[in-house]
Design a protein around this ligand. Structure first.
Ligand SMILES: [Fe+2]
Ligand SMILES: [Fe+2]
Length: 173
């Protein structure tokens, strides 16, 4: 990579890989592990948005005069792997949903950071249409982040209340 355009296309390819993997693998797997209704709804809705994100990124490639191509994003891959590993070791549903919400928030943070960089690069490269499409995706990531953080707060509260109740009925809880 010797210029901003190469870097833009590299990061765009990683983002396309991320959105496709989230849409067709990571979010469906996450959804299977979620039991809390509010979090399940948030994941379902963001799953639909994520399919759009992938489609929009293909448009971004074309707006930049390139063919869409995806390349592995190691951080996105690791985040999904790590969630799965931890979730397999949390037998209690409520606590597992706290982990699921935290993992979802971490992924949104990564996406937002990547979109911020892509938006800046698109601006520097005078790719106005690409920039607008990237901003649409970023806006939905921001909304999804706020929503899962909200669910995370409720889930932690519920888990703490359940612990306190269990603790008051007998010793050693
Ligand atoms: Fe996304
Ligand atoms: Fe997202």
């Amino acid at each position: 990579m010797s210029n901003p355009r190469d870097l833009f296309l590299q990061l765009l390819g990683e983002m396309l890989w991320t959105e496709r993997t989230l849409a067709f693998e990571a979010l469906p797997e996450l959804r299977c592990d979620v039991t809390a209704e509010g979090l399940a709804q948030a994941v379902d809705e963001h799953l639909e948005q994520t399919k759009e994100h992938a489609a929009r990124l293909e448009q971004v490639f074309r707006a930049a005069g390139a063919e869409p191509s995806s390349n592995l994003s190691p951080p996105a891959e690791k985040l999904a792997e790590h969630r799965k590993q931890l979730a397999a070791n949390v037998p209690e549903d409520r606590l597992k949903d706290v982990l699921n919400a935290a993992a979802a928030a971490a992924t949104e943070h990564l996406e937002i950071a990547m979109y911020d960089a892509l938006i800046e690069l698109a601006g520097a490269l005078d790719l106005g249409d690409a920039r607008e499409l990237l901003e649409e995706n970023r806006k939905e990531e921001e909304e999804a982040l706020r929503r899962v953080e909200d669910e995370l707060g409720k889930l932690v509260q519920a888990a703490a209340t359940a612990r306190a109740t269990a603790g008051s009925t007998g010793p050693g809880a």
